[in-house]
Design a protein around this ligand. Structure first.
Ligand code: PMP
Length: 427
């Protein structure tokens, strides 16, 4: 009944969860898209380097030299993982949100002296929407005309918008949706942007941990991603891409290390990653992220795609076979989605479904609006939804557990611990 075990070992897999009926069961972590459990290889690397941790870049002592070398080697590994070109910069940030905010401060002003024009879609995570909305001259392409339509139509809309709104400085798009796992056809989107003289930034938070991605091969100009979604601990992420904007943009953090010379009246900022990395850097976080990058790069990408794809198919087919369950989709023709599945169960508040899955079955999922309010509204899920997500550490058994748990919920109800209010089961 359950063939596929995990592709790579992760830590925390054997955590026991106390259920309401007093039993204990192994935790089924189906919330990988929020934060993925650390790979065993990453945990081992952290233990190995922790004793070597000392001040970076500024200390002359032996361990400071070792730490500096570890940090700079991690930077190269992280850049290589996303196919950085020779002249690209790899800036170590805290996460995708940090990376995109940083980039928003680097979009050059237009010829009219106004903030640079940026085009975004309404399917984005807030991290790839709000920085542009707040800090640049952003146009949000609402795709209102493309509800439940196709990517092919969206491409036409995008091309029209880019042509009509020229000159755009930047097109900022998701690599894979954190709500549906769907992706846009990257080559075509890059071509649309570049044909209009715009650069392209990719929110790689959900793509990079699950698909082989290369800046050099795709022609994408910038990619942002998060360590904690890439099987490393919290606290380190990256922005990788073209140096010119990053070398001249607003320094993301003002402080030590980001400057060449400071007088009381005048400051000369650094170029390179240091310009944006003021303060003591997260050496262990960067080393952990690099270890995750190395472990993922060593896998056969087709094997990852097959493993996660088969788990996703089992989830979608299992859930869709249940009366009352609706699985979210944005585009009819989206190909090769990553392992994220968002659904609703008619008659059950999403918060209740998530609480029930945890308390009665030891399954971790996420509920809410997934920091993508415009998209959830467009999908008709204003009251939120439930999201299950898988990765290299997920087994087929965990996916089957989720489907059976939702079947049990619909067949038997959630039990005495929950109430019905206005015909809806709620927590
Ligand atoms: N973009 C996408 C597509 C995401 O899924 C997330 C995290 N849910 C983010 C951006 C933000 O990532 P972080 O919280 O690590 O900054």
């Amino acid at each position: 009944r359950n063939p596929a075990g995990p592709l790579l070992p992760v830590v925390g897999h054997d955590t026991l969860v106390p259920l309401v009926d007093g039993r204990q069961v192994p935790y089924a972590n189906l919330d990988v898209a929020a934060s993925a459990p650390a790979l065993k290889a990453v945990a081992d690397r952290v233990v190995e380097v922790l004793p070597l941790y000392a001040s970076v870049h500024r200390g002359a002592g032996y361990l400071s030299q070792v730490s500096t070398a570890l940090y700079e080697a991690a930077r190269r590994t992280i850049g290589d993982f996303v196919g950085a070109r020779e002249d690209d910069l790899t800036i170590v940030t805290r996460n995708t949100t940090d990376s995109l905010n940083l980039l928003a401060g680097c979009v050059p002003t237009g010829a009219d002296g106004e903030p640079g024009r940026v085009l975004v879609l309404d399917v984005e995570h807030h991290a790839n929407l709000l920085p542009w909305q707040r800090d640049t001259n952003a146009t949000v392409l609402t795709g209102a005309a493309t509800v439940a339509a196709t990517i092919a139509e969206l491409q036409e809309e995008l091309a029209d918008a880019v042509a009509a709104g020229a000159p755009y400085a930047l097109l900022a798009v998701t690599g894979a949706s954190n709500v549906t796992g769907e992706s846009l056809p990257l080559d075509e989107i890059v071509a649309v942007a570049h044909a209009a003289g715009a650069r392209i930034a990719l929110d790689g938070a959900q793509l990079v941990p699950h698909r082989r991605f290369s800046l050099a091969e795709s022609g994408v100009d910038y990619v942002a991603f998060s360590g904690h979604k890439t099987y490393a601990p919290f606290g380190a992420g990256a922005l990788v891409g073209r140096a010119d904007w990053l070398d001249t943009g607003t320094p993301y953090l003002a402080g030590g290390g980001a400057v060449r010379r400071v007088r009381t009246t005048e400051t000369v900022w650094q170029t390179g990653p240091a310009r944006h990395e003021a303060g003591s850097p997260n050496v262990i976080g960067a080393v952990a992220l690099a270890a995750a990058c190395e472990a993922l790069a060593a896998l056969d990408p087709e094997e990852v795609r097959a493993h996660e794809g088969s788990l996703r198919r089992r989830l979608v087919e299992g859930l869709e076979s249940i009366d009352r369950v609706q699985v979210a989709r944005v585009w009819e023709d989206a190909a090769d989605p990553v392992g994220v599945v968002t659904f609703t169960v008619a008659g059950y508040d999403p918060g209740l479904v998530a609480a029930y899955l945890s308390a009665e079955h030891g399954i971790g999922v996420r509920d809410g609006r997934f920091c993508a309010h415009p998209l959830l509204g467009r999908l008709g899920f204003d009251a939120g939804a439930v999201r299950a997500s898988v990765g290299v550490g997920t087994s087929g058994e965990e996916v089957v557990r989720l489907v059976e748990a939702v079947q049990a919920l619909v067949a038997d109800g959630p039990g005495a611990a929950y109430d019905v209010v206005d015909g809806l089961w709620v927590v």
